[in-house]
Design a protein around this ligand. Structure first.
Ligand SMILES: Cc1cc2nc3c(=O)[nH]c(=O)nc-3n(C[C@H](O)[C@H](O)[C@H](O)COP(=O)(O)OP(=O)(O)OC[C@H]3O[C@@H](n4cnc5c(N)ncnc54)[C@H](O)[C@@H]3O)c2cc1C
Length: 432
């Protein structure tokens, strides 16, 4: 995922490191400054870096269609967001430990006072408040207590806002360069404000459920018609869908990500949805005619550095949806583009949701071939099967979307077969 440095990565690195450069303690880190002074200075730097990582992480929660391209897609932004959150937590813990160790050469009482000063020393206690909130909102993310319920986790995650505001107050009460911290905290707050308050009102498109078509048990394709400004998108992108059907048993008003299965330029927008939990199960019986809102598009799964290179697609289970969009796009542009081979990895025939349509498209398109592999019949897919349908494997750009186990299996198999990782692009339907 991080094989290539993107423009967004550079912006993030500058924003995170800038406070460090400005707050650099200079002479306190020189040899001869004394162990206590050096430890104290490193402690301060850890705090500075921890807070800048926390604020930049908050900025990355913004979710603006188009902006994610600077980072290589929204899933990659989330990975960065998690990495920054995790680093912020470790650095802030280190900040506390190093400050105490820095005071230890004076006396153990001094070390204790640095950490726990008299109650009227508000700045330090405000810092403790920020740290306690961080522990509460980050613990479920790191799955200390097992896999959290997604919606509850999301609500708990809102504690990050008071956490970073308290950490901000702590730092402006204690150090110089307040203007710098204001310059970081304002965009961080703006990002959360956009995401939670403004985007649901200004950033979404209104659609109506036109039809719900069963593809298999627990899998439907929902067709959506625009009620106003339609969303423009590319094959392989995804969106957030918020249904408002008053009869829905679960998930009403909740946003969930789904890959767009229709082709760009179609009048209607289509999504294939498998029941994987409460909200997606309820959507199987969403009422036609009811309103939904969509936000996006996000991602750039089919981003290509060499558009003329032949492609090999692997879709597993409901992870076939970006390739359905890709195949429907090819159907609208017959005769164009490089050769594409799709290998659909399904458990058994009833779980190969779009296979009939994909075969039909392949029959009518000179550059598209669709093959199926049934796990129940043949076990895990192997190199011989892939090569029998795609002998020029090494020459292709490879795209994989499906359950994490399938993605890992294919990544191992392809890299062992000598395919460079830079040629392999993956998308997982799981963000936590
Ligand atoms: C980029 C992307 C594209 C996807 N495309 C499709 C698709 O085309 N078809 C399809 O059937 N499914 C798709 N999914 C999966 C779909 O989003 C989840 O199945 C759905 O959100 C589950 O919600 P639930 O309440 O039914 O289940 P839950 O039991 O609440 O969730 C099951 C798991 O889904 C994930 N999840 C739940 N809600 C969200 C959310 N709002 N944001 C991110 N992850 C969440 C969590 O990892 C959670 O543990 C996609 C997911 C992602 C990340």
């Amino acid at each position: 995922m991080f094989r290539r440095i993107r423009t967004g990565d550079i912006v993030i690195a500058v924003l995170v490191l800038l406070p460090l450069v400005i707050a650099w303690p200079g002479s306190r880190l020189l040899p001869g400054a004394g162990a206590g002074a050096v430890l104290g200075a490193w402690g301060q730097l850890a705090g500075v870096l921890g807070l800048s990582a926390l604020l930049v992480g908050a900025m990355l929660s913004v979710r603006l269609p188009g902006l994610d391209r600077w980072f290589g897609g929204l899933p990659r932004i989330w990975t960065l967001h998690r990495m920054l959150g995790f680093s912020a937590f470790l650095l802030i813990m280190l900040h506390v430990v190093l400050l105490a160790l820095g005071a230890l050469p004076v006396s153990p009482e001094m070390a204790a006072t640095v950490l726990f000063p008299p109650l009227d020393d508000g700045a330090v206690w405000i810092g403790w408040g920020a740290l306690v909130l961080m522990v509460i909102f980050l613990a479920p993310t790191f799955q200390f207590f097992g896999r959290p319920h997604y919606q509850r986790w999301k609500r708990l995650h809102l504690l990050s806002v008071p956490a970073f505001l308290l950490a901000f107050m702590h730092v402006v009460m204690l150090v110089e360069h307040a203007a710098l911290w204001w310059a970081l905290v304002i965009p961080a707050l703006g990002a959360v404000l956009w995401r939670k308050v403004l985007s649901p009102r200004l950033g979404r498109h209104d659609y109506t459920v036109e039809a719900v078509t069963a593809l298999a048990s627990n899998v439907v394709e929902i067709t959506l018609a625009p009620r106003g400004r339609p969303m423009t998108y590319e094959a392989g992108q995804f969106m957030y869908l918020t249904p408002h059907d008053p009869d829905l048993k679960a998930g009403r008003g909740e946003e969930h990500p789904y890959t767009i299965a229709s082709a760009p330029g179609e009048d209607a927008l289509r999504v294939g949805i498998k029941a994987l939990g409460d909200a997606s199960r309820a959507l199987q019986t969403v009422t036609p005619g009811t309103a939904v809102q969509i936000e996006g598009p996000y991602g750039q799964f089919f981003e290509r550095r060499e558009p003329q290179r032949r492609q090999l697609w692997f879709g597993g289970g409901v992870g076939i949806t970006p390739f359905v969009s890709g195949a429907r796009t090819l159907k609208r542009e017959p005769g164009s583009g490089p050769d594409v081979t799709l290998i659909y990895l399904a458990n058994r025939p009833e779980r190969a949701y779009y296979m009939e349509e994909l075969r039909e498209i392949a029959q009518g398109h000179p550059h598209f071939d669709a093959q199926i592999h049934y796990f129940q019949e043949r076990g895990p897919v192997d190199e011989a099967f892939i090569r029998s349908h795609c002998p020029d494997l090494e020459e292709r750009e490879i795209y994989i979307c499906g359950p994490p186990g399938m993605v890992d299996h294919l990544m191992g198999l392809l890299t062992r077969a000598g395919i460079s990782r830079g040629r392999i692009h993956t998308e997982a339907f799981d963000f936590l």
